[in-house]
Design a protein around this ligand. Structure first.
Ligand SMILES: [Zn+2]
Length: 448
């Protein structure tokens, strides 16, 4: 009973997320995601991560807010991956520093679409507060302590461009708000060394670099803006922890309420950022649940002469075409590589009857099922079943009870050797056509 419930929730979760992101992009044409949370109103907080591609604390934190936070009161907009191209390349800025392009930008600059797009969001009449996430070097300290802790470092600080803003806004006292956030963060610091300080860049008084930045563009356009820096000296999940502490306090100040799908501590956050990434190709025809996947997944059925279509459960995931296939990226990391096998598709069915551990059920293609003992796909006319890694000839493998021990471990999609592909083909005279597939995950420790 408990298992069925989990399975139902799992499917719902998947559909919701994939519905939200609809990334649907073609390889090498990456644009940022824009996710609206809650119900639009004129007190919207805009949260931005990933302006620099080598700052995972910021983009992972914003991505978690986009996917794992449920806004129950108020309006929150999230752009977790503003400079998506540079995130995938693990580069600060593949076309130069995007955060220096807000005062002026050349019309030929490849970043112009992202810069103009985010400017439009910043200027939206509903946006009343902006939070901009960064990972900075060392630890900012107002006085010199040592090489890594001094006034020239940026890590673990709350940044404002000036103390107060001249326009009417409930958030015009930048210093007071950032100070409240710092207090909250410091109450929850893992270590005294990590404590946050306020850094006022006094931008208008002559900080030439910051004059070109996103937050300065915001405040000069009547939008209160705060930058939050985590330290590059910390592990990614610890940076995310500090970002989330700060973000939650800013949201509280703005009166935005939410539920979070995990506990706010470094250990739970580590689990969240390392959890499986789901990808569907061509509207659920091919489905991958990537949890510690093998470096390469071969024989992925892709239709001939068609641009790749895919959706992911994370706005930080992307498939990039290369010489022999598609590389699956997640933030700064490469998860796996898909090697295609070009084949015609068939729409014969979108589900099939199976028997799992003595229980019959109908499974949707493009999903995953957990199995303790065995799986059997029931025979259906015109359909050839291929359990990848079972047998060696392309014969129909329906009506056979198959256990983990019957499948060659090297054909699993995960390194642990628990997750396998079951594919369906329509049998026809001019070659079999690919109908769809599902995944079977054998529970650890059982293989009878
Ligand atoms: Zn930065």
């Amino acid at each position: 009973m408990e298992l069925d419930l989990n399975r139902g929730m799992y499917k719902l979760f998947k559909v919701l997320l994939i519905g939200v992101f609809c990334v649907n992009l073609y390889a090498n044409d990456l644009t940022y995601s824009f996710i609206k949370k809650g119900v639009d109103d004129n007190n919207t907080v805009l949260l931005i991560g990933g302006i620099q591609g080598d700052e995972p604390g910021g983009f992972l934190a914003a991505s978690l807010v986009a996917t794992e936070y449920n806004v129950t009161k108020g309006s929150l907009w999230v752009v977790p991956n503003l400079n998506f191209d540079s995130i995938i390349k693990n580069d600060r800025g593949a076309f130069g520093d995007m955060n220096r392009k807000f005062a002026s930008i050349s019309p030929d600059d490849p970043d112009i679409k992202s810069v103009n797009g985010i400017k439009k969001l910043l200027l939206d009449q509903n946006v009343s507060m902006v939070i901009h996430l960064h990972d900075g070097s060392g630890f900012y300290r107002p006085t010199y302590i040592n090489e890594m802790k001094n006034p020239r470092r940026w890590g673990n600080s709350a940044i404002i461009d000036q103390e107060k803003l001249e326009f009417p806004s409930p958030y015009s006292n930048l210093k007071a708000i950032a100070t409240q956030v710092i207090e909250k963060v410091n109450q929850n610091a893992i270590d005294d060394e990590h404590k946050y300080y306020l850094r006022n860049t006094n931008t208008a008084l002559g900080d030439k670099e910051m004059l070109k930045s996103l937050t300065y563009f915001a405040i000069t356009n009547a939008k209160p803006a705060f930058a939050n820096e985590a330290s590059k000296s910390l592990a990614s999940h610890e940076r995310v922890y500090y970002h989330l502490l700060a973000i939650e306090e800013y949201l509280k100040i703005a009166g935005i309420e939410f539920q979070r799908g995990f506990e706010l501590n470094p250990k739970s956050i580590k689990k969240e950022i390392e959890k499986e990434i789901e990808i569907v190709l061509f509207n659920n025809k091919f489905y991958l649940s990537l949890n510690n996947p093998r470096a390469k997944i071969g024989y992925v059925p892709i239709p001939k002469d068609t641009a790749l279509e895919y959706n992911c459960t994370s706005p930080l995931a992307a498939l990039i075409k290369d010489k022999n296939g598609y590389t699956v990226h997640y933030g700064n990391k490469i998860l796996t590589k898909l090697v295609p096998e070009f084949i015609d598709y068939s729409n014969l069915t979108s589900s099939i009857e199976i028997e799992v551990d003595d229980k019959k059920e109908q499974i949707e293609l493009g999903s995953k099922i957990e199995v303790s003992s065995y799986i059997k796909v029931l025979k259906k006319d015109k359909i050839r079943v291929n359990v990848i890694g079972y047998g060696s000839k392309p014969v129909d493998e329906s009506n056979i009870k198959i256990s983990k021990k019957d499948i060659k471990k090297s054909f699993s999609i995960d390194k642990k050797g628990n997750i396998f592909r079951v594919e369906l083909y329509e049998q026809s005279k001019d070659g079999d056509k690919f109908i769809g597939m599902f995944l079977v995950e054998f529970k650890d420790g059982k293989s009878s």
